[in-house]
Design a protein around this ligand. Structure first.
Ligand code: SAH
Length: 236
């Protein structure tokens, strides 16, 4: 009897005992990611090749809490702790495409969160600077990005309102928390000819995704679509 039980245990699937507790295989995620890009992103009108390739490459499941891994490629935002969320894949792709950045460019992100958006940008541009105000999230994101090999992505823990002037100006700036106004330091750190994408509006109320362009020193803004982001907070 004992021998039979032992045999049963030996022949059972023990993949759940490995470092990958849910027993997912990386091919499953690769497949899910392809479907995500096709159904949620390409079919909704994102055409930029570099953006689509980046979305197909970055392992989104590595950026969500372990218990949410099965949901990582779903068509929506997911909680990442500390009351914050990782944005819906489509929104990440849409904002990335809007920046119109390329391999030679330098980008600033405000609102590192999990580090996912920064990794997507890191696949496309030369250098990404990203700022997070919650120290634990910033530290986790830094470690995660390092582990996944994103050497061109640099995380700073600070209030992103002030930007990161030492490394500016930037070809593109992306803000992933909703601000009540566009922080003037970020406008100053945007290169001439550069683009900034930022959700503007009251927290927990209607916000607009705004495209800011600087051309010959002139700044113009355009409202693109209603969005719902977590609030842009300020350090006291
Ligand atoms: N881009 C992230 C998701 C961002 S959620 C990702 O891909 O996962 C928004 C993040 O902005 C939160 O982590 C929040 O703590 C951060 N945030 C809010 N206000 C900020 C500020 N003033 N400076 C820097 N980060 C801020």
């Amino acid at each position: 009897m004992l021998a039979i039980v032992a045999l049963l245990i030996l022949s059972a699937d023990v993949s759940f005992l490995s470092a990958n507790p849910e027993g997912f295989r990386s091919q499953d995620f690769t497949h899910k990611r392809r479907l995500m890009v096709e159904h949620q992103i390409r079919r909704r009108g994102v055409t930029d090749r570099a953006t689509l390739t980046a979305m197909e490459t970055v392992p989104r499941h590595e950026f969500v809490p372990a218990r949410a891994r099965a949901a990582a490629y779903r068509d929506g935002p997911l909680p990442i702790g500390y009351g914050q969320t990782i944005s819906q894949p489509y929104i990440v792709a849409y904002m990335t495409e809007l920046l119109r950045v390329n391999a030679a460019d330098k980008v600033l992100e405000v609102g590192t969160g999990s580090g996912y958006q920064a990794a997507v940008l890191g696949e496309i541009v030369r250098e990404v600077r990203t700022i997070e105000i919650i120290p634990e999230l910033g530290k986790n994101a830094r470690q995660r990005l390092e582990r996944l090999g994103y050497e061109n992505v640099h995380v700073k823990i600070a209030d992103g309102y002030h930007g990161w002037p030492e490394h500016g100006p930037y070809d593109g700036i992306i803000v992933t928390a909703a601000a009540e106004h566009i922080p003037p330091p970020l406008i100053r750190q945007l290169k001439d000819g550069g683009r900034m994408v930022i959700p503007v509006g009251h927290p927990f109320f209607v916000q607009n995704l705004v495209l800011v362009e600087k051309k010959n020193g002139k700044v113009t803004t355009e409202n693109l679509l209603p969005v719902a982001f977590v609030p842009f907070t300020r350090s006291r």
